[in-house]
Ligand binder design. Structure first.
Ligand code: PLP
Length: 455
């Protein structure tokens, strides 16, 4: 008998609702010096239809037909059985991966980009601003804005703008306007350039510029968009896990044993895992593992605190695991996953004991990425290799224990725009780096006196 390698859903089998984990766990509210932040306070930043989603406690939220149509350009995405990888490992475990690399931008990010673009358009917005580091989010949003005819302006961290021309070219091809940050176009950018004309820029800086550009537009027709962390982003990503459930059922799998995803801001991991967290809350025995790098160990080393989402402190306090909003990722690390904070929903699920986070070193991850590329074929994004490495660890453990476990991980994106990282790895120029506890303590000093999340 030949076994099925890809489980495919037809267009009409795509889920028509998102799952909202906020209906099933309690997350402490956003805070400002005046107390809990009401929804209206976000009005200059996000359109109110998305703010409503951010605060919603409804378990199931309908995916508007317009958004479904946009998603169907590439969804449903395939669920693959990694037979070749299993064979290479000699494991009795069944390894499945959800392939989010099939989207036009090459990752899971368009799942929320098209939804955000659609809701903004519906609200009468004409232009979106955002920031991007290596360019994955900027390219996803440029693509989405092209589909619904919105203007898109991306502030790209200067050093990436200079060193990584290809994502920038993708943005431009889709009609996005990409400027190096800091730029002359905002007050924050000009101030930064005056202080240090040769600054390489940072994600925190680019966020401040993007928010300023949105809230100061005198027409009131510009809003800000972001690619991870918030509740509505995680909500939009749950289509990944909801499809996976249908696909596992088709493959005759009643219940997976282990769910794995890499975690930067937490959105792709949330997308695959939240529908399974729902099952776990209702008694299912599933191990759910977010994987992060040792160089940015937010969930494994950071405290659960109130902290700002950006370095310029423009956004309110968020209850989350954090390494401090001034955290600067070490340059030694080639992969993504460098955000100092974590999605509030993922953070609270960890506090509630529903997930068991893990940190891995980058050399082990690149090694796993290479094995995956040589067996299953697709070259993974450096972020994605963290999920692969953990899946391999779990598959080896299943072999030692002689157990036929079902392991599912999220293949968040391909690495065809990240070959410079592979170049460094293959040339032996990368090394492991563990963020020292002392550095974490230093970073967190500034937020010592902030209010503590109550739960
Ligand atoms: C952006 C990105 C990530 C990290 O972001 P999350 O919000 O944690 O998912 C992971 N993988 C890929 C391919 C990405 O582009």
């Amino acid at each position: 008998m030949t076994e099925v390698r890809k489980i495919i859903l037809e267009d009409h089998e795509m889920p028509t609702q998102w799952y909202n984990l906020a209906a099933d766990i309690d997350v402490p509210p956003y805070m400002s010096p005046e107390g809990a932040v009401p929804p209206e306070a976000w009005a200059p930043v996000f359109p109110m239809n998305l703010v409503e989603q951010e605060y919603s406690k409804e378990r199931w939220i309908d995916i508007p037909e317009g958004v479904q149509e946009l998603l169907k350009l590439w969804r449903p995405s395939p669920l693959h059985r990694a037979f070749n990888l299993e064979k290479a490992l000699g494991t009795p475990a069944k390894i499945y991966y959800k392939n989010e690399s099939v989207s036009p931008a090459g990752s899971h990010k368009p799942n929320t980009a098209v939804a955000q673009a659609w809701y903004n358009k519906k609200f009468g917005i004409k232009k979106l601003t955002t920031e991007t580091g290596a360019g994955q989010w900027g390219s996803a949003l440029s693509f989405a804005c092209a589909l619904v005819d919105l203007e898109c302006k991306v502030f790209m961290v200067r050093i990436s703008f200079d060193q990584k021309p290809f994502r920038k070219l993708m943005m431009q091809t889709w009609g996005g306007r990409c400027v190096a940050s800091p730029s002359q176009e905002t007050k924050a950018g000009r101030a930064m350039l005056e202080k240090d004309p040769d600054t390489p820029g940072s994600l925190g800086m680019a966020i401040s510029e993007a928010i300023e550009a949105a809230v100061t537009d005198p027409t009131g027709e510009t809003r800000y968009s972001l690619g991870s962390v918030t509740n509505f982003v995680c909500l939009h990503q749950t289509i990944i896990g909801l499809e996976t459930k249908k696909q596992l059922k088709k493959a005759g799998i009643k219940k997976p044993d282990i769910i794995i995803g890499c975690a930067g801001g937490g959105s792709n991991f949330a997308g695959l895992s939240f529908p399974f967290v729902y099952d776990k809350i209702h008694g299912a025995d599933i191990e759910i593992i977010p994987v992060e790098p040792y160089s940015c160990p937010t969930l494994t080393k950071g405290p659960y605190v109130y902290d700002h989402g950006d370095s310029a402190k423009m956004v309110p306090l968020v209850a989350m695991f954090s390494l401090g909003h001034n955290f600067v990722p070490p340059p030694i690390h080639a992969g993504g996953l460098r955000y100092h904070g974590m999605s509030p929903l993922v953070s609270k699920a960890v506090i509630d004991g529903l997930m068991t986070p893990k940190a891995l070193h980058q050399l082990e991850c690149y090694k796993a990425g290479l094995l995956f590329a040589k067996t299953e074929g697709i070259i993974p994004a450096p972020e994605t290799t963290h999920a692969i490495a953990e899946a391999i660890i779990q598959a080896k453990k299943a072999k030692e224990e002689g157990k036929e476990k079902v392991i599912v991980f999220n293949f968040s994106g391909h690495g065809l725009m990240d070959l410079a990282g592979y170049d460094k790895y293959l040339a032996g120029q990368l090394s492991d780096y563990k963020l020292p506890d002392e550095t974490i303590r230093e970073n967190l000093k500034e937020i010592e006196d902030y209010p503590k999340p109550q739960y």
